[in-house]
Write a protein that binds this ligand. Structure first.
Ligand SMILES: *Cc1c(COP(=O)(O)O)cnc(C)c1O
Length: 494
């Protein structure tokens, strides 16, 4: 985004760093020189990564570009400190500066999201979910058969109690969104511990409309009676009514956990308000900090007073020592997200997704749910006679970075898939607007309509494909033009 001096306080620079680019350039030049003197290959790869990022049309919905201020904050000696425990109660001496950093980050998070409590230690989104699951168990699971051992909650158990508890935990239930409807692995699926420690069932979307079907969620909840109802997604192109999800949770006595990893930036920027803001409705809200929120790679948990004491035990319950340098960067990113400029950014992310969807619709490409009202567009590439795998590879040949994704009732299965997931947060950070996103839709359609699956009738490949000669180069050149008109980290020179 272009710097907007009227909305940027002197203490919090604009997120693209344009107003302090000279200072940041000097810092990076010095840092790379130091790195080079020890391991030149790492310095070279770091330089090359900037060049690659600058020259790729990044539509990966979970990625973004953090500001130079956020990035620079991670490269300090705060990394050297061990600080297991919580603010003011550490297992190590000398943590007063880490206490300051963690307090500032938590204060910004509470105020930005209007949450009674914020825990900024989780190292990633998955870790934040693990903290939340254990906090819900610790708060909710009474162990009456263990009462004679003097333990009331899971946090109070002895080693022998744990043995009994492992069986006990196996009987807890979790209801989350199915993977093919856009849910996340940590919402109760087998490759993740959430699918092993809970009995899991999932809710999907309406097969005709592709929209979340609240009546079906309610019916599943009444029948299954979960301890935890998880809302949130990684690949669903629509808003969710969290007030309705809370009603469903309350009716069956479930804890509502919302994983806003993908759309936290739209919540922070007040694009999602009222029933669409998860924080006032959920008992526990988890998130990443590096997706639409545009912070450092990491996670965070917001909670009500009821769940706060158990969330606060995340480290050492399930987390290793906090990454103090990353908590510092979270504080800086959250300070940026509290600026009016971030609200404009978030609105532009949503407007751009709309423009991208409209660009596909007017060119007759199929979209799951027929459009979007968040930051995600899910393109159904069966409308081009391709699998997701073929479309993803052909687009990459033309310099367009996306990822393949299942669509509901996917005819090509979870590996080859039939969808391409596109997100607007990253390119919006570079300054792309609606016109640029219409052009992006045009370029994607140009690639996909010039791509054919290899093979002949009866044995068509799901992976191999052929692009019409010249398409990749032509589209790559057009994409580069868009990118150089909207430079990444303007003014930053190595
Ligand atoms: C990305 C994502 C996560 C995982 O985040 P990591 O930081 O990669 O661990 C969890 N939940 C949802 C919904 C996500 O989209």
């Amino acid at each position: 985004m272009a710097a907007d001096p009227s909305s940027t306080s002197p203490s919090v620079p604009a997120a693209d760093g344009a107003d302090y680019a000279d200072t940041a350039s000097a810092a990076y030049r010095a840092a790379l020189q130091v790195i080079e003197s020890v391991e030149p290959r790492v310095a070279a790869a770091t330089r090359k990564e900037l060049a690659d990022q600058r020259d790729s049309l990044k539509l990966i919905a979970s990625e973004n570009y953090a500001s130079p201020a956020v990035l620079l904050t991670m490269g300090t000696w705060l990394s050297d400190k061990y600080a297991e425990g919580t603010i003011g109660h550490r297992f190590y001496a000398g943590c007063q500066n880490v206490d300051t950093v963690e307090s500032v980050a938590a204060e910004h998070a509470r105020e930005l999201f209007g949450a009674p409590y914020a825990y900024v230690q989780p190292h990633s989104g998955i870790d934040a979910n693990l903290v939340a699951f254990w906090a819900i168990l610790a708060t909710r699971v009474e162990a009456p058969e263990l009462a004679n051992l003097g333990a009331k909650h899971v946090n109070d158990l002895s080693e022998a109690d744990w043995e009994t508890l492992r069986n006990k935990l196996g009987n807890q239930r979790l209801l989350g969104m199915s993977l093919d409807a856009g849910g996340h692995l940590t919402h109760g699926f087998r490759p993740n511990i959430s699918g092993k420690m809970f009995h899991q069932r999932s809710y999907g979307t309406n097969p005709e409309t592709g929209f979340l079907d609240y009546d079906a969620v309610a019916a599943a909840a009444r029948e299954f009676k979960p301890l935890v109802l998880v809302a949130g997604y990684s690949a669903y192109p629509r808003r969710v009514n969290f007030a309705k999800m809370r009603e469903i949770a309350d009716e069956v006595g479930a804890t509502l956990m919302v994983d806003m990893a993908h759309f936290a930036g739209l919540v922070a920027g007040k694009v999602f308000t009222g029933d669409e803001d998860p924080v006032p409705h959920a008992h526990v809200t988890t998130t990443t900090t590096h997706k639409s929120l545009r912070g450092p790679r990491g996670g965070m948990v917001l909670a009500t007073e009821e769940y706060a004491p158990a969330v606060d035990k995340g480290c050492p319950m399930v987390l290793g020592g906090p990454l103090s340098h990353v908590m510092a960067a979270k504080a800086v990113a959250l300070a940026e997200a509290r600026q009016p400029a971030f609200g404009k950014y978030a609105q532009q992310v949503a407007d751009n997704a709309q423009a991208l969807a409209d660009g596909f619709i007017k060119r007759d490409a199929g979209l799951v749910t027929g459009g979007t009202d968040n930051h995600i567009v899910l393109l159904d590439v069966t409308s081009f006679g391709l699998t997701g795998r073929q479309a993803e590879s052909a687009l990459l040949d033309a310099g367009i970075v996306t990822n393949r994704n299942s669509i509901p009732a996917d005819p090509n299965g979870a590996w080859y898939t039939s969808g391409i997931r596109l997100g607007t947060p990253a390119l919006t950070s570079r300054g792309f607007g609606a016109d640029e996103f219409d052009r992006v839709a045009e370029l994607i359609v140009e690639v996909l309509s010039n791509t054919q699956p290899e093979g002949s009738a009866g044995s068509v490949s799901k992976a191999k494909y052929k692009l019409t000669d010249g398409t990749a180069d032509r589209v790559h050149a057009a994409a580069s033009e868009l990118l150089s008109a909207n430079p990444l980290y303007p003014g930053l020179t190595l």
